[in-house]
Design a binder for this molecule. Structure first.
Ligand code: BTN
Length: 264
C-alpha cells in the first residue's frame, strides 16, 4: 500500500525527500511542487507524491493518464547551482536514475529514448517533465516530475495510446510494490544528483549513453514545425542530440519529440 507513514520511514538524512508531501489526489504533482517552491525559502529536496492526478501533464501539453492505485506520480524540487542553460542535464539525470532503478528493481531492460522517455520493448512506460523558474543567470528552482506506469493493465490505457504504451506489470506479468520502487528511484536520484553537484557532467552523460535506446537508430525528430530525419549519432555535454543527416552533415537538436524507426 502507498501510505505516508511507509514513505516517511524511507528518507533519512537525504537531500531528496527531506520533506514528503503525500496526496491522495493532486491536480498535477508538478503544479503542487511549483506552488510550494515559490512559497518556501529553501525548498530543495521536497518531494510531492500523489496516488492519482486529475490534470496529469506530459511534455508538449499532452495529458498524462493518472489513474489511482496503480502508478507512480511524483515531483521533486531541486535548486542546483548550475546555469539555466544546463537545466536539461537535470532531466537527463532523472531519466538515468529512473531507468537504473527500474532495471535493478524489476530486471526489465528499460531504456531512455532521448531526451527522457522511459521505454521497455519500444513502448513507453514512463516520462519526466521538468519545469523551471529561473532568474537571469541562475535557476531559482526546478520541479522534476516523474511518471511511471507500474501496475496498469493494457485495457486501462485509452485506445489512442495503448499500442505505444506499456507498464512494468504488462512487461513482466508481476505486480510491484510502489513504495519499494519509490525508495529505489529516490536513492538513485540522490546518487546521481550528488555526482552532478560535484561538477561531474561527463559521468552523467556516460550513464545516459549506457542506458539509452536511441543512439545508432534511424530517427525522426519533430521540432516545432520541422521534422528532421537521420541517424541519432550521439549526445553532447549539454545533453543535446546530434543527428547525422542523409547529406552527411550533422545537426544538433536541443528539444523535440523522437520517433525511433524500425530497421527493415
Ligand atoms: C512525458 O513523457 O511526457 C512526461 C510525463 C511526466 C508525467 C509526470 S507524473 C508526475 C508529474 N506530474 C505531472 O503532471 N506530470 C509529471
Amino acid at each position: 500500500m502507498f501510505t505516508k507513514e511507509k514513505i516517511d520511514a524511507i528518507f533519512q538524512g537525504a537531500i531528496i525527500g527531506k520533506e514528503i508531501i503525500f496526496l491522495e489526489t493532486a491536480t498535477s504533482t508538478n503544479d503542487v511542487a511549483m506552488e510550494l517552491a515559490a512559497q518556501r525559502e529553501n525548498p530543495e529536496g521536497i518531494v510531492v507524491i500523489a496516488d492519482t492526478q486529475t490534470k496529469g501533464r506530459g511534455r508538449f501539453g499532452r495529458t498524462w493518464i493518472s489513474p489511482p492505485g496503480v502508478n507512480f506520480y511524483s515531483t521533486v524540487i531541486l535548486r542546483p547551482s548550475i546555469p539555466p542553460h544546463e537545466a536539461a542535464l537535470i532531466t537527463l539525470m532523472a531519466a538515468v536514475a529512473v531507468v537504473s532503478a527500474i532495471r535493478e528493481f524489476t530486471g526489465l531492460k528499460a531504456g531512455i529514448k532521448w531526451p527522457n522517455d522511459i521505454l521497455i520493448n519500444g513502448k513507453k512506460t514512463g516520462g519526466i517533465l521538468s519545469e523551471m523558474k529561473s532568474a537571469s543567470d541562475r535557476i531559482s528552482y526546478l520541479a522534476v516530475g516523474i511518471g511511471i506506469n507500474v501496475n496498469m493493465s493494457l485495457n486501462d490505457f485509452p485506445d489512442d495510446i495503448s499500442a505505444l504504451s506499456t507498464s512494468l506489470k504488462i512487461e513482466s506479468g508481476e505486480i510491484f510494490d510502489r513504495v519499494e520502487l519509490l525508495e529505489k528511484i529516490f536513492a538513485e536520484l540522490e546518487r546521481a544528483y550528488k555526482i552532478l553537484l560535484k561538477g561531474n557532467k561527463k559521468a552523467l552523460i556516460n550513464d545516459w549513453i549506457r542506458l539509452n535506446c536511441t543512439l545508432g537508430s534511424n530517427v525522426l525528430v519533430k521540432n516545432h514545425d520541422r521534422i528532421i530525419s537521420g541517424i541519432a549519432e550521439n549526445i553532447n555535454d549539454n545533453g543535446e542530440l546530434i543527428i547525422r543527416l542523409p547529406s552527411g552533415e550533422t545537426e544538433t537538436v536541443t528539444a523535440g519529440d523522437v520517433t525511433i524507426l524500425k530497421d527493415n
